[in-house]
Design a protein around this ligand. Structure first.
Ligand code: ZN
Ligand code: ZN
Length: 372
């Protein structure tokens, strides 16, 4: 079957819109007609080969759409079902059994290699296979092949399917980091560093969790304003002076929790410095280079009982957490639609530029076939 897709052909180059061939679903696969797909920083670092997926590749990992066809072994969904897509996991390892599939032992193989587990690809150009299966979906396209573990059914027909895809990555990462990974209790204090989609989802998660002090550190004024409207009690412009001092001015004994979303070493150190006794720092930001590292003073770490926790996908178990976030959205407690701006898939390069400039917080790409 012919599909339209945005193809990454070279690092640091624009995506190209191309017509490709997609296979019919195998026994354990599901074919999805994509209605919308979020644009995430992770797509760009894959294109730019920080994640070394072989190019050319169809990226995209925050898709939502309607099931078009299913393989003979699929029981979870059927044709016509509306679904949010998320990352792939094996379902058989210790972490998957614990309900922590984002720490699956096969996570890199299933999400980053550009191939199915048997080494094949479901997408080709003129009979030459190209990388697909990115996060088990490759959804920068009109259609995508995935597996039933990757999809979560959306039962409520009133929900705006087109913009739900980011729940499967950026939004569950931010909200889940606060609600699940850090498990911030009511009345605790939290500092979020970076007000992109993940950081702002964390602010909404903190409001849901009942945190008393929700501090956002972010250089862009419009994002600080947005954070206030989403429940941040304090916002800090890092250009205005030392961040550590600004945080201590709000919580003199330091914060109970910090969440770092930028990946930059100096920001991670500032977050660590903001912790109070037994404080917990969560790291979700992808570092700028594979060898990025920080130096931590061990005596200070032990003296104050500081803890550091690397976080993938907000410890989401997909089938439990995504419906939970949809309930919060319906109830007005998780208004992520305020962050979203839609673009036609064919304008993906303009959407990337707008997101990098800070003109838009979360771009969602809608296949051009859906716009006619
Ligand atoms: Zn697993
Ligand atoms: Zn993502």
């Amino acid at each position: 079957m012919k599909i339209q897709a945005a193809v990454a052909r070279a690092a640091h180059q624009d995506f190209t819109i191309e017509e490709l061939d997609i296979e019919q679903p195998r026994a354990d696969e599901v074919l999805i007609e994509i209605h919308g797909v979020g644009l995430c920083h992770t797509d760009l670092i894959a294109r730019d080969q920080f994640i070394p997926i072989p190019l050319p590749a169809v990226l995209g990992h925050e898709g939502a759409g309607v099931v078009l066809a299913t393989g003979s072994h699929v029981t979870k969904v059927k044709a016509g079902d509306r679904v949010v897509m998320s990352f792939a996991s094996c379902g058989e390892c210790a972490r998957c059994h614990e309900g922590l599939p984002s720490y699956c032992a096969s996570f890199p193989a299933l999400n980053y290699t550009g191939r199915r587990h048997d080494g094949s690809s479901g997408i080709s150009v003129a009979d030459v296979p190209i990388s697909a299966s990115f996060f088990g979906q490759s959804s920068f396209a009109s259609h995508a092949l995935t597996r039933e573990r990757n999809v979560v059914k959306v039962d409520d027909p009133q929900l705006p399917l087109e913009i739900l895809g980011p729940l499967g990555c950026g939004l569950q990462t931010g909200a889940g980091a606060v609600i699940r990974s850090l498990a911030c209790p009511p009345s605790s204090s939290l500092c979020v560093l970076g007000g992109g989609p993940v950081g702002l989802a964390a602010v909404m998660g903190a409001a849901i969790a009942g945190c008393k002090s929700i501090i956002l550190v972010e250089p862009i004024a419009a994002r600080r304003e947005m954070a206030r409207s989403l429940g941040a009690t304090h916002v800090i412009d890092p250009a205005a002076g030392p961040v550590g001092e600004a945080i201590r001015a709000i919580t003199p004994s330091g914060v109970d929790f910090a969440l770092e979303t930028s990946g930059r070493e100096e920001v991670v150190l500032a977050a660590l410095g903001a912790l109070g006794a037994h404080g917990l720092l969560g790291l979700v930001g992808v570092p700028p280079r594979p060898e990025s590292a920080i130096s931590v003073n061990l005596a200070s770490l032990i003296t104050f009982g500081h803890r550091i926790h690397g976080i993938i996908e907000g410890d989401s178990d997909l089938d439990g957490f995504i419906p939970e976030l949809l309930d919060h959205f319906r109830a007005g407690r998780f208004p992520f639609d305020k962050l979203v701006k839609t673009y036609p898939l064919s304008q993906i390069n303009e959407a990337i530029a707008a997101q990098l400039r800070g003109d838009c917080i979360k771009a969602v790409l809608v296949p051009d076939t859906r716009q006619q």
